[in-house]
Design a protein around this ligand. Structure first.
Ligand code: 6R9
Length: 647
């Protein structure tokens, strides 16, 4: 593996932007953001063209972010209607089902229009109007995209809950946004097995207002328990509605969606994205980062339950009139060649996945890749966590055959789209680095303790952003103070990402991971506080502390220190019970990898758990325990080391 990979010449020739172009455009974007974004806004169809571009303040505590605030547009019209004149018969979505034998579907822009209009009319019949919230709890089926766009068409705000989350998590989110309708399916096939999604919804709705309706897509045809009062089959309801539906004019700052994400404290918070700035930013980053051109087939393997699915399966690609692949299955079923089979079958040109998937497939051996014709692939992308050199090299050599650029895109649920990323025709890649900022993005590295700006090019510290960009989240749903406190109170005047980073002598950014109590399990964010509160909700547990530890495939695993109630005895049975308990409370991705029985936890005299020490023990790194003198009872540490549970 080399230290640096220059842009591939054939790619530079056709790229939207080259090195000189990037420098000039970036300089313009930060010198005069108003002019820059006014021009870029032309990539959208506005019902009312905005006269105001940027009205944003990071001045603590009066954080206020508005873009294009007097503009009006409709997201669904931008993602569908405006393409009908030129590409009605072009495939908008290629849907690849879990079971390859079921056969793929090619959904044209015209089909998309019809399906979205129908679903929008069904939602209207269910009483949904502009500003109402609709929760989606769905498999990766085209109806998930229809539902997102149907909400956008009538001005409803969608909130997608990943279908792998538990009924408790679903209930919290339905109640948190006071949703009127939940859209789901009977079952969700993944890897040859179907989860009973509708059962989970029924469980969740026991804890929600009786008026909440449930719109059900028939996916598997399996037996489900029906609630006669509030349940509606989509196919039945659609039989009675028109197949056109006028898109509602939305203000650029009207919310488009809420997406819950984990933070360092408390329960997940509802990140709010709005209409104009978000769509513009998703579309623009999709075009430049992946160097998308007409005729390409773009595949992002994420789930629509995560922000990556929102921005790079649905909104960015469809705003650009692209062909986007939506995949219901998993990388390893029916066998470990599935991703590559799908690439070959649909002649995918850009492939975007997470390092955890690359590591898992790398472990299966390269013969699964080599049996497939991947000659259509021109570019590879990664997202979700830092990529380790072994995985980078394998992706580059085995999947990309050494001639596809890899774009390592750093961004977050909060940022709406890529903030730091290579542009394939413009920026040379260094394996493991997210490289340079996207247009309009002004990163700074601050000293973590003093908050001082690191003015030298070579620097290390926490990663903050100096000024707003259009795709930025606007608030936390129902709790603007939490938004201000979480992202703007630690380092005044900046948006704080929660990530640490290093900037090298060439000005390249290297993300080093979270500096807060958020862990990254298979590219999914998990607050350690969430797992802790699930553990202490079990009657046998008196106290719990959760940290991340390095995991070969998942990036980080979940390591739990558990103190039992008086009279409770540790046992293997209890261990399994606690693992399952967390799984039920949050979802399978939160299942603890390691549980260590801890008679006591290392605490300061004021009672604060010293996580730094717990992290070191979980990492098997005792040499670096640091100062333990402030502990109330230092002997606790020796006991934890002696009884360490991990491998
Ligand atoms: C898009 C997404 C955000 C957190 C982020 C960071 C980590 C994402 C990364 C990366 C290193 C990359 N992260 N991309 N770390 N290199 N290319 O993943 O959103 O689920 O909100 O997670 O993921 O730690 O802060 P989200």
């Amino acid at each position: 593996m080399k230290d640096i990979y220059e842009p591939v010449p054939e790619l530079v020739a056709r790229a939207h932007i080259d090195a000189a172009g990037y420098e000039a455009k970036y300089a313009a974007s930060v010198a005069d953001p108003e002019a820059f974004w006014a021009e870029e806004a032309k990539r959208l169809d506005w019902i009312k063209t905005p006269t105001k571009v940027k009205n944003t303040s990071f001045a603590y505590p009066d954080i206020s972010i508005k873009w294009f605030e007097d503009g009006e547009l409709n997201v669904a019209a931008n993602c569908i209607d405006r393409h009908l004149e030129t590409r009605a018969e072009q495939t908008a979505i290629i849907w690849e089902p879990d079971n390859p034998e079921e056969g793929a579907q090619h959904i044209t822009y015209r089909d998309l229009h019809t399906n979205v209009c129908k679903m929008a009319n069904v939602l209207k019949d269910l009483g949904v109007t502009k500003g109402d919230r609709v929760v989606l709890y769905m498999p990766m089926i085209p109806q998930a995209a229809y539902a997102m766009l149907a909400c956008a068409r009538i001005g409803a705000i969608h909130s997608i809950v990943f279908a792998g989350f538990s009924s408790d998590a679903l209930a919290n989110r339905v109640n948190g946004s006071q949703a009127k309708v939940v859209i789901t399916a009977d079952g969700a096939p993944r890897g040859g097995r179907a989860t009973n999604l509708k059962d989970n919804v029924n469980q969740a709705l026991l804890h929600c207002d009786d008026s909440v309706k449930c719109l059900v897509v028939r996916r598997t045809g399996q037996q489900i328990a029906w609630r006669p009062e509030g349940d509606v089959w989509l196919h039945e309801a659609e039989a009675n509605v028109a197949d056109t539906c006028e898109p509602v004019a939305m203000n650029a700052e009207d919310p488009l969606f809420i997406l819950y994400t984990s933070g360092s404290t408390g329960m997940p918070k509802g990140v709010v994205h709005t209409t104009g700035g978000y769509l513009l930013y998703a579309a623009m980053t999709h075009q430049y980062t992946f160097d998308y051109h007409d005729g390409d087939v773009f595949w992002c393997t994420a789930d629509v339950g995560w922000v990556t699915g929102h921005s790079y399966i649905v909104y960015g690609p469809l705003a650009n009139g692209a062909t986007t692949v939506m995949f219901e299955g998993v990388p390893t079923w029916p066998d470990a060649s599935r991703f590559w089979q799908v690439c070959e079958k649909h002649k995918v040109t850009q492939f975007y996945t997470a390092p955890t998937a690359i590591r898992a497939l790398m472990g299966k051996g390269k013969e699964w890749v080599e049996g497939c014709d991947l000659s259509s692939i021109r570019l590879l992308g990664t997202v979700g966590e830092p990529i380790n050199p072994e995985a980078w090299a394998w992706y580059n050599d085995v999947v990309g055959k050494g001639n596809c650029p890899i774009v390592d895109t750093w961004w977050q649920t909060e940022t709406g789209g890529h903030l730091i990323t290579p542009l394939p025709g413009a920026i040379a890649a260094k394996p493991g680095s997210a490289t340079k900022p996207f247009f309009g993005v002004q990163p700074e590295v601050l000293d973590a303790t003093t908050g001082e700006v690191q003015t030298e090019t070579q620097a290390e510290g926490v990663l903050v952003i100096k000024d707003s960009w259009p795709g930025q989240m606007r608030t936390v749903w129902g709790d603007h103070d939490r938004f201000v406190k979480t992202y703007f109170s630690d380092y005044k005047g900046y948006y704080f990402s929660g990530d640490g980073c290093r900037r090298d002598a060439d000005g390249y950014y290297w993300i080093t991971g979270r500096v807060d109590d958020v862990i990254n399990v298979s590219g999914h964010r998990m607050g350690t506080a969430e797992v802790e509160s699930a553990l202490v909700a079990h009657s046998a547990v008196s106290e719990a502390a959760v940290v991340g530890f390095p995991h070969d495939i998942k990036g980080q695993g979940i390591y739990c220190y558990v103190t039992l109630m008086e009279g409770q005895e540790p046992s293997d049975a209890l261990l399994v019970e606690l693992q399952n308990h967390v799984r039920t409370e949050i979802g399978p991705i939160a299942k603890p990898d390691v549980i260590q029985w801890a008679p006591g936890l290392p605490k300061t005299r004021s009672g604060k758990i010293m996580r730094r020490i717990l992290r070191k023990i979980a990492e098997n790194d005792y040499g670096a325990l640091g100062d333990t003198s402030t502990l109330a009872d230092p002997s606790v540490v020796d006991d934890l080391i002696a009884n360490r549970a991990g491998t």
